[in-house]
Design a binder for this molecule. Structure first.
Ligand code: SAH
Length: 352
């Protein structure tokens, strides 16, 4: 992916007419070409000059895992500096959602999440984020389909790489390029409070998901260490302000950890936090990554869901197919369709 401004600057320096930048940008974002050589409408010399200066694709796919049903595909890429980047495609009947990584590793170190285990290695650029989407867009095109939703729920904390994440959202949304609707884009945060206010003020109508996982500070301090900096009162105040300002539905994520965050005390506390208009809870079955936590059984998940519903909290169960294709690293939270084929749910916010 190359931003239009970068193309404009480079082409201006090469003395090419201005319309060439738009031509190349549209070839990259709409025709989904992966090299300048493939843009047949460009003079050969310009193709060579561009290739000497810019790289149209920044990530190479090096490993792919596909779920047994074929509806979830996880791809490991390598960036130009060799760093690993993961993204997931989830195909539904009507939709195709790409789950994008925003960083290599993560600084937040949630107790149950594999991404933080090695700490943060580096931020990804907006172009590297968009390249994850374009990779799957090319695959889908072979089946006459397209990417309908993007969720920033892969590796990393998007709000600790705020500027590049938002630039990626704008690149995805750009009507002159990829043209994905803002309401089809969701960003998920572990709760970086100042960034929530900033996000609420963005002109784009993007979706927000907040990874809650615990409804008391005592437990959340343990599961999401960021809570010590931004405790629940501050987080929930930022959420209330977000909804007041945007009037948009706000999604909360809850990774179900049996014996840890599925007790009656948590449900009671959660009821007080979430029984509000426009608040919606997404339950995610924990996908084991080799640590101290266990995945819920189907019975445990159903029992917790029943408790949540009795507490009159609006909720949806999002299923995680991690055991099938994610076993070796478990760094990405995956969501998929139900065994019957109907979408149980999408990743947070993607279908709303
Ligand atoms: N840092 C952001 C976005 C990436 S994580 C955030 O925390 O929201 C996206 C979601 O996947 C989060 O809700 C996270 O808690 C969840 N997740 C992480 N590890 C998981 C695992 N092993 N099983 C299920 N969900 C997991």
């Amino acid at each position: 992916m190359i931003a239009l401004e970068t193309l404009q600057e480079t082409l201006a320096a090469l003395g090419a007419p201005r319309y060439r930048a738009t031509q190349v940008y549209q070839a990259l974002t709409r025709e989904l070409v992966t090299s300048f050589a493939a843009i047949s409408t460009l003079p050969a010399e310009l193709r060579r000059d561009l290739a000497a200066q810019l790289e149209p694709v920044l990530l190479d796919a090096v490993e792919v895992r596909v779920s047994p049903r074929g509806d979830t595909r996880k791809t490991l890429f390598r960036a130009r500096d060799g760093e690993p980047v993961e993204a997931v495609l989830m195909v539904y009947r009507e939709r195709a959602t790409v789950c994008v990584s925003t960083q290599v590793g993560c600084a937040v170190r949630c107790a149950f999440c594999a991404s933080g285990a090695a700490g943060l290695r580096r931020d990804l650029s907006a172009e590297e984020m968009v390249d994850q989407v374009l990779h799957f867009a090319r695959l889908l095109r072979d089946d006459d389909r397209r990417v309908t939703n993007v969720v920033f729920m892969g590796m990393g904390e998007p709000f600790l790489n705020y500027d590049e994440t938002l630039r990626a959202c704008r690149l995805l949304n750009d009507p002159a390029g990829i043209g994905l609707a803002a309401r089809a884009i969701s960003v998920s945060t572990a709760g970086v409070v100042p960034a929530i206010a900033r996000y609420a003020a963005e002109p784009l109508q993007l979706n927000l998901a907040v990874s809650l996982h615990a409804a008391t500070d005592e437990l959340r301090d343990r599961l999401v260490p960021l809570n010590r900096r931004y405790p629940l009162t501050k987080l929930m105040a930022a959420c209330a302000a977000y909804v007041a300002k945007t009037r948009r539905k706000l999604f909360f994520e809850w990774v179900v950890l049996p014996g840890v965050n599925d007790g009656d005390d948590q449900v009671a506390a959660l009821g007080k936090l979430l029984r509000k208009p426009l608040y919606h809870l997404n339950l995610i079955a924990y996908n084991e990554t080799g640590g101290e936590f266990a995945s819920p059984t189907a019975g445990e998940l159903a029992a917790f869901r029943a408790k949540i519903e009795r507490a009159r909290i609006a909720c949806t169960v999002r299923r995680s197919p991690g055991g099938e294709i994610d076993a070796a690293c478990g760094q990405l939270a995956l969501r998929r369709v139900s065994p019957g084929g109907a979408p149980v749910a999408s990743a947070a916010g993607a279908d709303q």
